[in-house]
Design a protein around this ligand. Sequence first.
Ligand code: G3H
Length: 530
Amino acid sequence: MKTTFSEIPEAYKINSLLHQKTYLVDGELKQWKGEMAEVHSTISSTENYTPTVLGTIPQLGEKEALDALNSACLAYDKGQGLWPTMKVIDRIACMEKFAQQMKTKREEVVKLLMWEIGKNLPDSEKEFDRTVDYIYDTIEAYKQIDRDSAKFEKNAGVYAHIRRGPLGVVLCLGPYNYPLNETFTLLIPALIMGNPVIFKPAKIGVLLISPLLEAFQNSFPKGVVNIVYGRGRVLATPIMQSGRIDVLALIGNSKSANALQAEHPKGNRLRMVLGLEAKNPAIVLPDADLDLAVEECIAGTLSFNGQRCTALKVLYVHESIVDEFNKRFSEKVDALKFGNPWETGAKLTPLPEAEKPAYIRELIDDALEKGAKKLNEKGGETSDNFIFPAVLYPVTKNMRVFKEEQFGPVIPIVPFNDIEKPLDDMAESNYGQQVSLFGKDIHTLSPLIDTLVNLVCRVNLNSSCQRGPDVYPFTGRKDSAYGTLSVHDALRSFSIRTFVASKDNAYNNAILEELLDKKTSNFISTDYIL
Ligand code: G3H
């Protein structure tokens, strides 16, 4: 897309480059004097297309990775560190301090989200606001967990004071499509439960963390948050090989998760919290409200250009309605506006991975060669940083676009007349995150729902797939996830139940009473946080 510098609204112009010369280890923003890497946006600022340089980031090496690991291990200090033993109320105070400062950085972060990953303005703002809400909701959920455990239980003559404790040192890696939100849905619960973290921002969507570095530094005790920059292989491999990581928290793909997990010398010690790839289908039944189905499938397949793990990546449409569905759907796709992220009404935006248009083109060509047709006029039109979504029909199992998670703008449509076809495909698939089911008749829907809930982890009735609201469990089967994330579940995923038990006798009871009375233990406490 051709853009001249003068066409970019003043507020979003890149007038100066952001050189991130520090990284956060041991509570210090350390200066880096070694190799730097340029950060580019695929959005052009000149009439003749050229990617825009946004700034530079450090390319840290193994030594700095291991310094970050040592810093986190010291902060944990075998469970004796300040952070893991701190009173819940004090950890919450640190988190609130961070959130307060984070809120002041909205404009900078939103602008960088648009430039670095091409997310449109409303969605970039939503990503920021949703993340701040997530922090406050997490604080409330943690208070509730704490209130629920502010008591003693007694069974078979044994008192128990049961709480949730931290797991240890967490390595946190987030994805480029939600470089702020999804990373923070790992980072925030991990931290608040008392775990120190080492966080490496995603390859794309990295500079947007810079405005938050100081807030991280001054809100948490030394060594609790460590932020390193560079190549995943160089940094994450030695960290995992050390065997000192207790939790791998990653949103990305199963190949990276498996490779990193394999580096850990003691797999049995490693907890994993993983959000991975998916190929969520939509199933459109003969009695579906077609307008509604089309509208939801547009949002499901093409929000943020299809670059969402929850995106609808294949549409199964019943043969009796497929022609009409295809007609209405293709028209709507062609009517979507492509533009730079700040342009009003831009639903489709530049792709942040320079090589993505060529990959999507390969999928289209492969499908066309194997007998599919491109239904929409604009499908496949390519510019320097974009390829217009192609609607492909009829798609069959031997096509790459059926098998691969496209994570971009191309929509395969598969006709069916027997409902067993999509069900069999889903059962055979490596993925099991969500499905969208469009239809009305309860006698048809009931048995389908009862089966689909066992193939995926969320059945969206007459609506597209999505992660939110964040209070609901976000998880998946097979290669799609490991562990469950939601405001509440994430707190559980990053902690373990641990308790103090004592036999009911006068000797022990007097000790417990004194502990409660003198408030000398941060763990044994029945204080109620409001
Ligand atoms: O990339 C996957 C995200 O979790 C999707 O979240 O459904 O809110 O876009 P979303």
